[in-house]
Unconditional design. Structure first.
Length: 253
């Protein structure tokens, strides 16, 4: 990426005897070239007609006359002009930006890990409760089957078990939905509807045994990835369709 900000030290100009003794026209050309190099990766081509227009000189000849005086402040090789201080400041700015970028990525990684842990723990707790409840329902169902083989009674017992599992899924989904909304802020009511439908669908799939509780943390990772897009909600729905075979068109009205 292009470096947009560099340091310009005023004292470095005002205490430089060469700069102090320059005429106003020479100072103007000198500063114009430095500013241009700062925005052009620290270099420019020695082309008097072009540089004359860049520095607002009356003619290429006027530029060349001024250049004869200020050229000692630059390094010219193979018609490419550089400036020692400009090169140094650009390198410093690049190093600073890279350090900030690494620090930002490290901080983001820590926040993601914290968020995932905060979501995963209550989900695991709910999952254990659901497993225990489901186990108890299974035992109860088997006991009733042994004591009474009535088909209608068995169906009612099975239906009761499914409702218990669904209720548990909704409870653990609450934490997931809150985390999802905090990562991708809904822009419209349609976004909120999509998030609710996605949450309910995940709960249903867990209840049916297709996924375990880890799916919520996995989807939150997809949400963080989608949040960097221009339309995060749409990007998330596309990821869900690709990764989990989820069909947002059927569930987002």
């Amino acid at each position: 990426m292009k470096i947009r900000f560099v340091q310009l030290e005023s004292d470095a100009f005002l205490t430089d005897i060469d700069f102090v003794t320059m005429s106003p026209a020479q100072r103007g050309v000198y500063c114009s070239l430095i500013l241009y190099m700062n925005s052009n990766d620290g270099k420019c081509t020695f082309d008097p007609p072009t540089l004359s227009r860049l520095c607002n000189c009356q003619s290429p000849e006027e530029f060349e006359q001024i250049w004869d005086v200020i050229s000692k402040k630059f390094q010219t090789r193979r018609d490419v002009i550089r400036h020692k201080r400009v090169t140094k400041e650009l390198a410093k700015a690049k190093k600073y930006r890279q350090a900030r970028s690494r620090a930002g990525l490290s901080g983001a990684k820590k926040r993601w890990q914290t968020d995932s842990k905060a979501i995963a723990e209550p989900l695991k707790s709910h999952s254990r409760a659901i497993a225990n409840e489901s186990k108890g329902n299974v035992i109860e169902k088997e006991s009733k089957a042994l004591s009474n083989t009535n088909t209608t009674e068995q169906a009612l017992s099975s239906s009761s078990s499914l409702r218990a599992v669904a209720g548990g899924s909704q409870a653990q989904a609450l934490h997931f939905n809150q985390a999802l909304v905090s990562i991708i802020h809904p822009r419209t009511q349609s976004d909120r509807t999509c998030f609710r439908n996605l949450t309910n669908w995940l709960s249903e799939q867990i209840g049916r045994g297709r996924f375990n509780e880890d799916i919520f943390a996995r989807v939150l990772d997809y949400a963080r990835e989608a949040s960097r897009g221009r339309n995060p909600a749409a990007v998330l729905m596309a990821l869900m369709k690709k990764e989990l075979d989820y069909s947002p068109r059927k569930r987002c009205e």
